[in-house]
Design a protein around this ligand. Structure first.
Ligand code: ZN
Length: 419
């Protein structure tokens, strides 16, 4: 391929993805606004008009903000690539460090820090303007910056270590380096599944054993009925940061734990919490989590194999505005370019991931309906939709493209039919 052909291909995919995103977002906003005046029939008497309209306004505001971020990301992407940002960074790092591992790491570090700095004001705006306007923010600016400092230190120490070993593999382990890098990456992911709940999550939140006797007994009975063993039930102080509620599993093998956000426990009755947990256990028992890991590992093997090919093609660099160095390693640059352009090419596949995720959600709902009362799950979902101000009337096409969860009406109709 010539470098010009690759530039044209890259720009074409970028433009297509922008057009699709704008088209879907405008449909979504129009659809929500057209249904803003009345609560959908299934929810009349369950969700007040005021809450429905708050959800409509929140969804529209989030969609507009997301579009703004899309433009910002596209501009950053073009700035780094075709406008010569990465070339300039690379020359500066080379000037300071000379060719070698220090240059490679400096390039990755500079790229990561600049990207992070560009995103920072928008993250701040999301939390303290957008979320705050709808009453969801519970963070102080101080906590925001403490979190930022902690997560920067953690991701730099783990991330740079991972990148350094990857670059060493790229340079020293021959043509099959991508296979070794894949094994490294998968092992790292598995290790994180154990390390995150035990050491990293506690740096950000307090986890306390669930104390409510009545609820404990209910949950333990449920786990016994469906044959699930967890090494602990915990309550997390999610309310420190946000009013959104949730429940999740974390850990792996014997280290599995169930975590409830305190915001969820405050809002739902014990039988509703049981139904929500039954849904989560459904994901586990139906092997959704294992399937997702397998798909992720398979996809990353394919991506790394592609990178193994691309890294030796001159057009891959020149087509993206970078002059590859002769007689020195371009491995860090190859990693950065690949991370930048992969989402542009994989965007059009996102409906497939969403589709598979929604299928899993239906299956987990059916599992919950089988092991608990489906009415309880319905009433829990209605409360969660209301509390999280999730729109009840998404545009069907927007939802089909992006949503990991089925639209509220479809999901609840299915549950009511099952019960
Ligand atoms: Zn689910």
């Amino acid at each position: 391929m010539s470098s010009l052909a690759f530039t044209v291909l890259f720009v074409t995919f970028l433009l297509i993805s922008l057009l699709v995103r704008f088209w879907l977002a405008s449909r979504h906003i129009r659809h929500i606004q057209a249904h803003r005046a009345a609560v959908p029939p299934q929810f009349v008497g369950k969700i007040p008009l005021e809450a429905h309209q708050k959800a409509a306004d929140y969804s529209v505001a989030k969609t507009k903000f997301a579009l703004f971020i899309v433009i910002l990301n596209a501009a950053t992407l073009i700035g780094f690539t075709l406008m010569g940002g990465l070339q300039w960074l690379s020359e500066s790092a080379l000037f300071i460090f000379g060719p070698g591992y220090r240059y490679q790491l400096a390039l990755v570090l500079a790229f990561a820090l600049i990207s992070g700095l560009i995103e920072l004001p928008f993250d701040y705006f999301r939390q303290f303007v957008l979320e705050a306007r709808f009453g969801f923010n519970r963070m102080s600016p101080r906590l925001f910056f403490t979190d930022l400092a902690k997560s920067t230190v953690i991701s730099l120490s783990l991330g740079l270590g991972l990148v350094w070993v990857t670059i060493v593999l790229m340079e020293q382990s021959g043509d099959l380096w991508w296979l070794y890098a894949w094994i490294l990456w998968c092992s790292f992911q598995m290790l994180m599944l154990v390390l995150v709940p035990l050491f990293i999550a506690p740096l950000f939140n307090k986890f306390q054993p669930l104390e409510d006797e009545n609820l404990r007994t209910r949950i333990e009975n449920l786990m016994q009925r469906v044959g699930f063993k967890a090494s602990g039930l915990f309550v997390m102080d999610g309310s420190r940061r946000s009013a959104h509620g949730n429940a999740y599993f974390s850990g792996f093998g014997a280290a599995k734990r169930i975590v409830f956000f305190d915001t969820l426990l405050e809002r739902l009755a014990p039988h509703e919490i049981e139904a929500v947990l039954a849904h989560e256990l459904g994901h586990f028992k139906l092997k959704h989590i294992v399937k997702r890991i397998v798909v992720m590992f398979a996809a990353s093997l394919a991506f790394l194999a592609v990178l193994g090919y691309l890294k030796n093609q001159t057009w891959f660099y020149t087509g993206l505005g970078v002059e590859p160095m002769m007689g020195a390693s371009n491995d860090a640059m190859a990693l950065i370019l690949f991370a930048l352009v992969l989402p542009v090419f994989s965007f059009l596949f996102s409906p497939l991931t969403s589709l598979s995720s929604r299928k899993h959600e239906f299956e987990a709902d059916a599992f919950a309906a089988q092991h608990t009362n489906s009415q309880d799950l319905v009433s829990a979902l209605v409360k969660l939709y209301e509390d999280n101000a999730s729109t009840l009337t998404p545009d069907p096409l927007h939802s089909a493209f992006y949503d990991s969860h089925p639209p509220a009406t479809v999901r609840i109709n299915k549950l009511l039919a099952a019960g």
